[in-house]
Design a protein around this ligand. Structure first.
Ligand code: ATP
Ligand code: MG
Ligand code: MG
Ligand code: MG
Length: 469
């Protein structure tokens, strides 16, 4: 059975053997791209190569890319702990052709890797293609020998990739693995597609058009390839487990959580262990790439992730900072592949400890308020937004932490009263500063919040403004 480190190497070596330049992962904070909160796919570092703005001395590349999907177009934060296949931080393995090979070779390379190197059982594999992409369907038939029922035609944007409103775009084809009847879910395109039985593990994007303007699409003279395979998902398949959280790496991280807290990863406590292991990785890698917890933008997303992990640790019985104790396990698992983790270990550890200390007292008091305010609520009810706002404003509970805390009981948060409480607070803050005439109202607001300390900015505005990539 191969561990994640071995699987990563197998992938990179396979593509290197096939003429691809191994390129290091780019940082989680995209360089020169203020429109994007975090690197959310392997192609991000090659954007300008695909559009032709930038030239490299190779036309084929392969990477294991660090990715965070906790904001913007791809936000899997709320899936973590609830699906078997989503993380906030994960590794995306990819191969890229910059005007070199196209559809036929991309499919052949993928099929060969999956069925020969990884030796997956062909009868469990199936693919999707964009409904208008007859060429891809025909190639899958001839290369993989698939019958029609193994090639699912999807007419939605799920199978048509775009970089933005304009720019390169094209159909994509995804490879799925059937994990068997014991796992709930249906094939892609069916009503039960959100289940985990049919596990999507590889997306092949065929960049063959350019969207010149909203109404005009032309064929690219030299089409390109961009693929992304989730390392944790292929590891689950190869290790014969039905959840990413049961692969070697996560088993060791979860064992570290059990040891640090004195808890057991079973029954109702399982999800909390998974969330903590997941969020620890996101936290450590974000800090290693220069993000620190703060009240806005990227730093606020990090703070939200850290605080969610802390609430789950609390739920498991932790009474003092524990997350920093998990770090050595993570570094020993992933430090060889990502030396920045080793370099930043002390900083990550200190940041975790400090943030945990700061939050633990207000977390306690906030949870008491939350429990009192929600004890009579039943499945389908909503918590008063005023309470959620007080938790946010006084106790430092990001809104999504409150939502996460109530979700297991099927209770939501009334967002409109939350928003009005927020607006009212802002208006009051502005009013109390009328006449100072020096700073813009917003700056003043920030100053007040800084002074008062416990307040968090939502950070959602920043995300909404983020361009879709
Ligand atoms: P899903 O439909 O499962 O949310 P996706 O279609 O959003 O996945 P892509 O954008 O196609 O994912 O990304 C390429 C690959 O990256 C996926 O096929 C999958 O293997 C992996 N992947 C995507 N999101 C996650 C995640 N949150 N955690 C772990 N792996 C992921
Ligand atoms: Mg997704
Ligand atoms: Mg998908
Ligand atoms: Mg996909």
């Amino acid at each position: 059975m191969s561990g994640v480190n071995e699987i990563r190497s197998t992938f990179l070596q396979y593509f290197a053997k096939n003429g691809h330049e191994p390129v290091a992962s780019s940082p989680l904070v995209p360089r020169n791209d203020p429109t994007l909160m975090f690197t959310n796919a392997g192609m991000v570092q090659f954007k300008n190569v695909f559009t032709g703005l930038e030239k490299r001395d190779y036309t084929r590349a392969t990477t294991a890319q660090k990715v965070v999907r906790a904001g913007g177009k791809h936000n899997d934060l709320d899936n973590v702990g609830f699906t078997a296949r989503h993380h906030t931080f994960f590794e995306m393995l990819g191969n890229f052709s910059f005007g070199d090979y196209f559809k036929e070779e991309a499919i052949s390379l993928a099929w060969n890797l999956v069925t020969k190197e990884f030796a997956l059982d062909k009868s469990r594999l199936l693919v999707t293609v964009y409904s208008e992409d007859e060429e891809a369907a025909r190639l899958w038939k001839s290369i993989a020998g698939f019958s029609d029922d193994k090639i699912i035609r999807i007419p939605t944007s799920d199978n048509f990739w775009t970089m933005g409103e304009t720019g390169p775009c094209g159909p994509c084809s995804e490879i799925f693995y059937d994990q068997g009847e014991s796992v709930w879910g249906g094939p892609p395109g069916s009503a039960e597609e959100d289940g985990d039985r049919f596990l999507e593990f590889w997306n092949l994007v065929f960049m063959q058009f350019e969207q010149v303007s909203p109404g005009e699409r032309v064929a690219l003279p030299r089409p390109s390839i961009d693929t992304g395979m989730g390392l944790e998902r292929i590891a689950a398949i190869l290790q014969g487990v039905t959840s990413n959280y049961e692969i070697d790496l996560f088993r060791r991280l979860i064992a570290a959580v059990e040891e640090a807290i004195g808890s057991r990863a079973e029954g109702d406590a399982l999800a909390s262990h998974r969330v903590i292991a997941d969020h620890l990785r996101a936290t450590a890698f974000l800090i290693a790439d220069g993000v620190l917890p703060s009240n806005e933008g990227r730093g606020y997303v990090l703070r939200r992730i850290m605080r969610r992990a802390m609430r789950h640790a609390k739920l498991l019985g932790a009474r003092e900072p524990v997350l920093f104790k998990l770090l050595p396990t993570l570094v020993s698992e992933m430090g060889r592949a990502y030396p920045e983790l080793v370099r930043a270990e002390a900083l990550i550890s200190e940041t975790l400890k400090l943030e945990e200390k700061r939050f633990l007292t207000t977390l306690d008091r906030g949870l008491i308020l939350l429990n009192e305010a929600s004890q009579d609520l039943a499945h389908g009810d909503s918590l008063d937004g005023e309470v959620a706002f007080k938790l946010y404003d006084t106790y430092g509970f990001p809104l999504d932490l409150t939502q996460d805390a109530l979700r297991a009981r099927g209770v939501g948060v009334d967002l409109s009263s939350f928003q009005s409480a927020m607006e009212r607070q802002k208006a009051e803050a502005r009013a109390s500063w009328v006449g100072s005439g020096e700073a813009a109202a917003e700056t003043v607001w920030f100053a007040i919040r800084e002074r008062e300390g416990a307040t968090e900015f939502l950070g959602y505005d920043t995300e909404a403004a983020e361009a879709e990539v």
